[in-house]
Design a binder for this molecule. Structure first.
Ligand code: ZN
Length: 342
């Protein structure tokens, strides 16, 4: 309280035109930042279960029960499978595309159960693994926390039906699941939302505390104008700081762990970078249109630039090729070369 008093005192001295409500509102909103930071610190320090990111030295704490994310995403997956089935776009189990995808998926999962890269075979068994193929011209692939993976025929065509390229896309999704990236993202989003909510609630109470009935942000001073936008600023910074690095990092991790999984499963690791080249090609062809692709593959703020990802994959694939089959296990157990840069 002494600090808040000192801030108010200093502001009064330098900005004598400010009234009491301006200062109170601004101070309360500013004071919410340490509260949010404190909550974040508590989540980090508390003894929560750890999720190990395969093939990297990183682990993260599961702020929410993993089963919660599993149940949520399982419900989402069932809805997608049902609507695809009802629309007639869910590929039959015996269709050639689904057979191809299923075979690759099984190969990746069996490589994941070998216990390399810090993956626990028991952990692999704990998921409800399933892969479905949906007939859709738009290339896409995603994974649910529970181990369900969805891939579109558009993605298979974009990758020229090349098994190695499809293997990296599927292994990338399996890596997201094993790294518990979905649970991590839910926790980060919740923290970001909490930051915005706290700032909003505090700003509201500051407004209600005004004796004249005039909200504090309707003052004419610079500080009052600043305070008006503060909740938005806090929210923007909070969401970006929490989500952006997480998403970028999660994509790097899934790329690299996926590369190792597909290589262990017997696919050519050079096909991982090739998959990105096909996506880049499609991106530059579609860039000027208004189709889904510029949006999906613009790899905006939350995605690392494709070029950087291709280079990292190429460097790692070269190290694997240099190590030969007998050195593959060793290369896969080491943190990737780019890791020191993160
Ligand atoms: Zn991804």
């Amino acid at each position: 309280m002494a600090t808040i008093g000192a801030i108010v005192g200093a502001c009064k001295q330098h900005l004598p035109e400010l009234d009491r409500s301006d200062l109170l509102g601004a101070t309360i909103v500013v004071a919410s930042a340490p509260l949010v930071a404190g909550l974040g610190l508590y989540a980090r320090r508390a003894s929560l279960p750890l999720a190990k990111v395969p093939f990297t030295p990183r682990s993260h704490k599961l702020v929410f029960v993993h089963e919660y994310s599993m149940a949520l995403s399982e419900a989402g997956f069932r809805a997608i499978r049902f609507t695809s089935w009802a629309a007639g776009t869910l590929l039959d189990r015996n269709s050639s595309d689904q057979l191809l995808v299923q075979g690759i998926f099984d190969d990746i999962l069996s490589a994941a159960s070998w216990g390399l890269g810090g993956i626990s075979p028991d952990d692999v068994k704990s998921y409800k693994w399933e892969i479905i193929t949906v007939r859709d011209a738009a290339p896409g692939a995603f994974a649910c926390a529970s181990g369900k993976v969805v891939i579109t025929t558009g993605m298979l065509r974009l990758l020229r039906d090349r098994p190695g390229c499809i293997a990296h896309v599927i292994a990338h999704e399996v890596a997201h699941v094993l790294a518990r990236h979905v649970s991590e993202k839910i926790a980060h989003m919740a923290a970001g939302n909490l930051a915005v909510l706290t700032a909003m609630v505090l700003a509201d109470s500051a407004s209600a505390a005004d004796r004249n009935g005039v909200p504090y942000w309707e003052g004419s001073s610079d500080l009052a104008r600043f305070a008006k936008y503060l909740p938005k600023v806090v929210g923007f910074i909070g969401l970006n700081a929490l989500q952006r690095p997480h998403s970028r990092r999660a994509e790097w991790e899934a790329d690299m762990a996926g590369l190792k999984l597909m290589a262990l499963a017997g696919y050519d690791p050079a096909d991982a970078a090739q998959a990105f080249r096909y996506m880049d090609e499609a991106h530059s062809t579609w860039e000027t249109g208004d189709g889904w692709l510029p949006k999906a593959l613009s790899l905006g703020s939350t995605h690392p630039r494709t070029l950087g990802r291709v280079e990292a994959l190429e460097a790692e694939a070269e190290a694997m090729a240099a190590a030969g089959p007998e050195g593959l296990g060793r290369v896969c157990s080491q943190p990737p070369g780019y890791w020191g840069l993160m």
